[in-house]
Write a protein that binds this ligand. Structure first.
Ligand code: IMP
Ligand code: MG
Length: 188
């Protein structure tokens, strides 16, 4: 059975994703262009952000450093359990740096809302969030950015559980180069 045959519908194609990533990177390159501030630190939330981060940083026309954090909040289902735990910490020092937190999707907002105070406690001078997808209709916690941080999003996502471009169901489908919805039989 091919991977594509598990997908019921495609929401964003590889080409649509590439175009949008290029726009986000151009915006970030403009917003963070500074002669005085140290290079921003791009922090990906593992595992989901790995493809988006890889594509995004290759289009940012500024020196940046890259790090990852890992937050455990999802089981193998489709709902956050509401109690995120940072299980892999930053390696880089973000003190007095602008941090751009890169996420695959902001859903309830619980994950990024746990990471922003953590980055603040590490001395970041601002925290921006750059999420590929945003599901504002599902928000349980409003995302409070730090300092002059900005919120960037690729696309607003309808209230479906989506997979691909880094996003999984039960750790599968992250390797799809597009974003889609699984056939119901595969959510079981
Ligand atoms: P939040 O804490 O509810 O905002 O959820 C954030 C995390 O939940 C994301 O980083 C994803 O890993 C996961 N997530 C939320 N919605 C989806 C989805 O539709 N597909 C796959 N993963 C999702
Ligand atoms: Mg994630």
């Amino acid at each position: 059975m091919s991977l594509d045959s598990h997908i019921e519908s495609v929401l964003w194609t590889h080409d649509q994703i590439s175009d949008r990533v290029a726009q986000l990177a151009a915006q970030i390159s403009t917003d963070f262009d500074s002669d005085s501030a140290p290079p921003p630190v791009v922090v990906g939330v593992a595992t989901g952000a790995f493809l988006f981060l890889a594509d995004l940083v290759r289009k940012i026309q500024l020196p940046v450093s890259v790090d990852f954090v890992r937050v455990e909040s999802y089981g193998s289902g489709t709902e956050s359990n509401g109690a995120p735990v940072i299980s892999v910490n930053l390696k880089l020092d973000v003190k007095d740096k602008h941090v751009i937190l890169v996420e695959d999707i902001v859903d309830t907002g619980i994950t990024v809302s746990c990471l922003i105070p953590y980055l603040e406690s590490k001395g970041a001078s601002s925290v921006s969030v750059c999420t590929f997808l945003d599901k504002p209709s599902r928000r349980k916690v409003q995302v409070e950015l730090l300092g002059k941080g900005k919120f960037y999003r690729g696309f607003q996502c309808p209230d479906y559980f989506v997979v691909g471009y880094g996003m999984d169901f039960a750790e599968l489908y992250r390797n799809l180069p597009y974003i889609g919805v699984l056939k119901p039989e595969y959510y079981k």
